[in-house]
Design a binder for this molecule. Sequence first.
Ligand SMILES: [Mg+2]
Length: 247
Amino acid sequence: MDAGGSVDDQAVRAHDEDHDNTGCHGNDDDDAVVPNLARMPRVLDLLERHIRMADIHLLHAPRPGKRLLVVDLDHTLFDCRARGVRNRADLLRPGTHEMLTTLYPHYDLVVWSQTVRAALESKLAGMGLLTHPGYRIAFVLDRSAMIELALPNWDAPHPVKPLAVIWARFPGVYTARNSLHVDDVRRNFVLNPRNGIKVVPWYVGKTSKGAVKDTECTRVAQYLLHVAEHVEDVTSVDHSRWRKAAV
Ligand SMILES: [Mg+2]
């Protein structure tokens, strides 16, 4: 078992369950590369606790042979900071429904957000993600399933999303080999760097890199479709280069 390298494992702390945080969760980001972080004893302890406590309520059962796609909400699919927009559906990233519809034949879909569950389900319902005819969301996870880490190059402790919480709950169904996680915050997959796909944050009225239109959903869909059809073990691919591989 790894003893922890440069990280002070006393600095790895449990998420503060009492901290009220129902709002928007932005895109502050860090490029943290900590070898063997996921095998540190303190991290393993936190994982074990969160695996026991995780409240996973299935909306739709896993389908045999499908892969797992975990998608963040705030600033990945939804601009939670936009003002002056009356209809919640207008805050949704262009192409979201098309992306999920395209990927649904290959992936069971999970939304994992730092938002608390009641607010999360309300957001999803308001944007039509729970009733779309083209796909179904298998389940949602909120901040209670995240664990808080403090790493040396982070400005403050941050909660992250350990896919192991899902893998432990569905052994042999969802694994490191068939799971991918799309998020606008790279540190959210610091415990599963080989499964993460970092996207440009979505803001209503803004587009990435001077583009005329935000096309991130279309590009992600193309890439994930390619992976589903051609890559058996997703950890065998460097997903930090997904843009170059997207066709
Ligand atoms: Mg986000």
